[in-house]
Design a protein around this ligand. Structure first.
Ligand SMILES: [Zn+2]
Length: 481
């Protein structure tokens, strides 16, 4: 019997707002613990929550980007559970009246695009952060709590069980991340916890209609971990079933060091949370006109940008993928492409040199002007400078906001075209390297390369190598006769 994985994901995305979901506390990451707290996010008696409009806007924008239908009326509910990361002992979430339902996201698989349905998108608040001092939740002795995070706006996105491998889950998360970045909905930094993913996985017989028992996997701290954990679970569950065993419905914890899933606890049912409508917040009646207003802010989705970069600029697949994966780089490329039409060459420089400069000098892409690159490439194309010098100029132009042509002029970086200057340099080189000259005259071709290299390094690469080669060869050949 062959079994196939059936996978659904629950993704929590931190919305990019300056204040929390139901109070005015700051959402800044990395502050001193417990300094961004107030009676509302600490759940002190008598405090009243107020819904953050910006969070609502971002939630609606994300739902629209996922082609989901915004519900005209939605509502907040209390999800009750007792755990130290939750100061109120309940989380304000949405249960049976979520913000939006029935969306989809198309992912680029090797077999072509695959549609993954989105069941629901809802808003809720973040819990506090627990730090287990023993390293892992299993071994920790004391745990520390930081409520700075408690109350930060979150959106939960739940997919249908349409994914059928760890690889597809990986692709889905990647595509979702790009969509959210393009629309500036979230920073999507998994390492800071602003994007998190839990996965449900069960096994199904081929053509079988019945779904197997679901296992939930948590603590997936990277897209790679999601892929590894799901592949691991698929193999584990297949083994259990093949040996006549039974899958237990439970919550598993992914152990990053051991690279395996471990049983954490029995799976909770919705009824365990005793959901009930939040009495301190009115239901949300969303006006059509507001939703329409928000829909105007939708960015071009990555899937469309991919297609357009192929059709409009004829770029190679790899270049397209790099530009699409870094929204800022893609914008920079397009700005430059208005003034420079060797698109593939341009893309190579953007993906190579520009990325390197950003990394080496901590440059901010949005503050860089694409004309520095365009002018440099024109200098290179017209033969004023060579490639090595072009890189140098580009760096100076971008770091100090200078014009490439002026850099060439002021630093005298143009190619050496004067034959007389070159003649003197070649003559000096031959005089200083009699042994190499002798070797060449005795028939050792290698010596020629050595001498050319010497001349080139004296000119700091500013001479044309072909001209230098011809001159060195001519002068040596004259000597032999
Ligand atoms: Zn607060």
């Amino acid at each position: 019997m062959k079994y196939y994985p059936v996978i659904g994901l629950e993704i929590h995305v931190e919305l990019k707002t300056v204040s929390k979901m139901f109070c005015g506390c700051s959402t800044t990451f990395g502050s001193i613990p417990n300094t961004h707290c107030c009676p509302v996010c600490l759940g002190l008696p008598g405090s009243i929550p107020v819904t953050n409009q910006k969070a609502m806007e971002l939630g609606i924008l994300a739902s629209l980007a996922l082609e989901a239908k915004i519900e005209k009326v939605s509502r907040f509910d209390r999800k009750n559970y007792f755990y130290p990361d939750l100061p109120k002992a309940y989380q304000i979430s949405q249960y049976d009246r979520p913000l939006a339902r029935n969306g989809f996201l198309s992912i680029p698989t090797l077999e072509g695009d695959k549609i993954i349905k989105i069941d629901r998108c809802h808003l809720e608040e973040e819990a506090g952060k627990l730090t287990h001092t023993g390293g892992s939740i299993m071994e920790a002795a004391p745990s520390l709590v930081d409520y700075n995070r408690a109350g930060i706006p979150l959106m939960e996105i739940v997919t249908a069980p349409d994914l059928s491998s760890g690889e597809e889950a990986f692709l889905f998360l990647n595509e979702l991340r790009l969509l959210l970045l393009y629309n500036q909905i979230s920073d999507c930094r998994m390492e800071e916890g602003s994007l998190r993913c839990d996965a449900n996985i069960s096994m199904k017989e081929k053509n079988g209609l019945e779904l197997g028992t679901k296992v939930e996997v948590k603590n997936l701290n990277s897209f790679r971990a999601v892929k590894l954990a799901l592949d691991y679970e698929a193999t584990r569950q297949t083994e259990v079933l093949k040996n006549g065993g039974e899958i237990i419905q439970e919550t598993m914890h992914w152990d990053e060091n051991k690279k395996q899933t471990m049983s954490l606890r029995g799976k909770e049912e919705a009824s365990d949370y005793r959901y009930f409508p939040e009495p301190d917040l009115p239901p949300l009646y969303l006006e059509e006109i507001w939703i329409e207003e928000i829909s105007k802010k939708l960015a071009e989705p990555p899937v469309k940008r991919r297609q357009r970069f192929k059709e409009e600029y004829g770029l190679e697949e790899y270049a397209i993928e790099v530009l699409v994966s870094h929204p800022g780089l893609g914008d920079f490329f397009e700005e430059a492409a208005k003034h420079y039409t060797d698109y593939q060459n341009l893309a190579n420089w953007v993906n190579g040199e520009i990325q390197r400069l950003i990394k080496d000098h901590d440059l901010i892409l949005q503050e860089m002007h694409s004309s520095g690159l365009v002018e440099t490439l024109k200098l290179l194309d017209e033969g004023t400078v060579n490639r090595a010098v072009a890189k140098e100029i580009l760096e100076e132009a971008l770091l100090y906001q200078k014009k490439p042509r002026e850099i060439v002029k002021s630093r005298n970086l143009g190619k050496i075209t004067s034959e007389q200057t070159l003649y003197l340099l070649v003559e000096e080189t031959l005089k200083e390297n009699p042994k190499a000259c002798e070797s060449y005259l005795q028939g050792k071709e290698k010596a020629l390369g050595f001498l050319i290299g010497k001349v080139m390094s004296m000119t700091k690469g500013r001479a044309d190598p072909a001209t230098v080669r011809k001159m060195v060869k001519d002068m040596l050949d004259q000597r032999s006769c």
